[in-house]
Design a protein around this ligand. Structure first.
Ligand code: ADP
Length: 248
């Protein structure tokens, strides 16, 4: 077992209001899991992901990674953000090298590692380019390269395609699935938050459905479709309908 989400509940306090975002979430993450977390807007998907990577603390319950409590500085867990979260004053290579510093990777070693993952995401030739010169899709490629460069065991992604246009997003999904199919590449498991059900059925081998706030697990489905998946396949649509039917 890679990670365990145990009895996780979360209550946010803001301006004197108390909002219960998550209610007693339990599931475990195994090697080779590609989990999509879906649910209605505001049900706590992002909160759950932030707790899993250690960016937020649960109000009660815990997240264990390989049996130990998760911490933000765990290099074996990486995150890809919806808005890319790149540093505008650093070029592509420098954005990636920054996350390698805590791993004691500097100089030529860091540059080589950054270049390996820049190439893996199809950005060779853009090593010295600054984020402002890149399209949204290219920025997110840097986001993937940066997350993969730490060679994480668990990759967490929060709506990584939702700020991209349809075609760019589809290309990037297919490329990410190709990297996922390459067993010589990290990670061993993925958790992705999405509000897009078709995207979840296209990518995941497991879909966890949350209820409206406070988010509770209402279903944990194994998607048995072969890869590469075909959106026109009636079986694909049966899965999409099933997930829709479980979302309130
Ligand atoms: P989702 O990702 O499913 O749309 P979120 O996890 O972003 O949901 O939010 C769940 C609920 O918690 C929402 O009602 C949101 O407004 C609230 N929330 C999220 N983060 C905070 C915060 N830092 N402070 C107060 N409320 C928050």
């Amino acid at each position: 077992m890679l990670a365990e989400i145990k009895n996780v509940s979360k209550t946010h306090e803001s301006n004197g209001n108390t909002i219960q975002a998550l209610d007693n979430i339990n599931f475990s993450v195994e090697d080779n899991d590609f989990i999509c977390i879906v649910g209605p807007s505001g049900c706590g998907k992002s909160t759950l992901l932030r707790i899993i990577v250690g960016l937020e603390r649960p109000t009660s319950g815990e997240v264990l990674f390989k049996g130990e409590p998760i911490s933000t500085d765990n290099p074996k867990v990486a995150m890809v953000f919806q808005n890319f979260a790149l540093f505008p004053w650093l070029n592509v290579t420098e954005n990636i090298e920054l996350v390698l510093e805590p791993l004691e990777l500097r100089g030529k070693k860091a540059e080589n590692k950054a270049c390996k993952y820049i190439k893996a995401v199809g950005l060779d030739g853009f090593e010295k380019v600054y984020p402002r010169e890149l399209s949204g899709g290219m920025k997110q490629r840097v986001g993937f390269a940066r997350a993969l460069a730490v060679e994480p065991v668990l990759l967490c992604m929060d709506e990584p395609f939702s700020s991209l246009d349809a075609l760019t997003s589809q290309n990037l999904k297919d490329e990410l699935l190709m990297l996922w199919a390459d067993t010589s590449m990290p990670p061993d498991a993925v958790i992705m938050v999405t509000h897009n059900i078709e995207e979840a059925v296209y990518m995941a081998n497991r879909i966890i459905i949350l209820s409206p706030r406070p988010g509770k697990v209402v279903a944990d489905l194994r998607i048995g479709l072969e890869r590469p998946r075909n959106r026109k396949d009636p079986e694909f649509y049966r899965w999409v309908d099933k997930v829709y039917s479980l979302i309130v």
